[in-house]
Write a protein that binds this ligand. Structure first.
Ligand code: NAG
Length: 287
């Protein structure tokens, strides 16, 4: 997938093929492998450290692979939570140690979270929409190597090269804190012209939350879309955070228009604290 530019430079052409490939690969691997493995129920939290995160499939033949490929087949268990929006869940994506390591680094630079502002909006006018604290950390800044491992694994399950990801946005929500429903994709009509667009979002839950703090999709399967939805209201498909689990959802259809059902938010934390690492994945390589 390369196009020869007029200048003679070769550059990858991602947009459409990336989305199509990413979708099909994630689906195939999810469907195929999820049925092959028993993933232990995590009701026994003590067993958390031992939970399965990736399986090597030694009984399947390893094919000769390209220079950038992998030596053998492997599987990362997944479940499709919804087709509208397209949302996949990855139980045991990271270990408890990895999650704790990320929280530790994030605590050093936590700041009140900000918003991408629409034309005419100000920090004051959008107060209360996003009340968490957060920090941006790129994989290369994490000297423990944890974010590097996670980023590689995200690239693998999305089948989108890691260079397409923004830095990790690591967030902490304390009691009462939330993020009202919003889109991760930035519509040019509202935000002005964009250099690149967010295709998908990957959330890694770094902590359990005792009560509240779910990721909500109020428009799942086209529900609540009659115009009367209050964006602060926690309704629709709700995903309860579990330490180490991952949630991937796509903001764009394969034709690159924004999926209106990808609207989502974070319900207020009622009890406990919520930590999450977010990676926004774009259609263009990020500098
Ligand atoms: C893009 O795809 C979606 C989902 O299949 C469809 O509903 C929408 O009409 C398409 N939009 C355009 C402009 O083709």
């Amino acid at each position: 997938m390369v196009v020869l530019m007029k200048s003679g430079k070769v550059r990858p052409l991602w947009s459409v093929p990336v989305v199509l490939f990413a979708c099909s690969l994630s689906f195939i691997s999810g469907f195929f492998f999820a049925s092959m493995f028993f993933v232990p129920d995590s009701s026994d939290r003590g067993a958390h450290l031992l939970r399965l995160t990736e399986v090597t499939l030694d009984h399947l033949p390893a094919l000769p692979h390209g220079i950038t490929g992998e030596p053998r087949p492997s599987a990362i268990p997944s479940q499709i939570l919804s087709w509208k929006p397209l949302a996949l869940y990855f139980p045991n994506f990271a270990t408890a140690e990895q999650c704790e390591a990320i929280i530790k680094i994030a605590k050093l630079s936590l700041q009140p979270s900000t918003l991408a502002l629409r034309e005419g909006e100000t920090t004051e006018s959008t107060k209360g929409i996003r009340t968490s604290s957060g920090t941006f950390i790129s994989a290369s800044e994490d000297l423990t190597g944890t974010l590097d491992q996670i980023e590689q694994k995200i690239a693998k399950v999305t089948a989108i090269p890691r260079e397409h990801g923004e830095a990790f946005n690591i967030l902490r929500y304390e009691i009462g804190q939330r993020y009202a429903s919003h889109y991760d994709a930035l519509s040019p009509a509202e935000y002005g012209p964009q250099k690149s667009q967010r295709v998908a979002s990957f959330l890694l839950y770094l902590s359990d939350v005792e009560e509240g703090g779910e990721t909500m999709f109020p428009f799942e399967n086209g529900l609540n879309m009659d115009g009367g939805y209050d964006y602060a209201k926690c309704i629709g498909m709700k995903v309860k955070p579990r330490q180490g689990d991952g949630l991937l959802f796509y903001s764009l259809f394969t034709n690159l228009t924004i999926d209106p059902t990808s609207l989502h938010g974070s319900c207020p934390v009622i009890k406990g604290e919520k930590w999450v690492a977010t990676k926004w994945i774009r259609d263009q390589i990020q500098d």
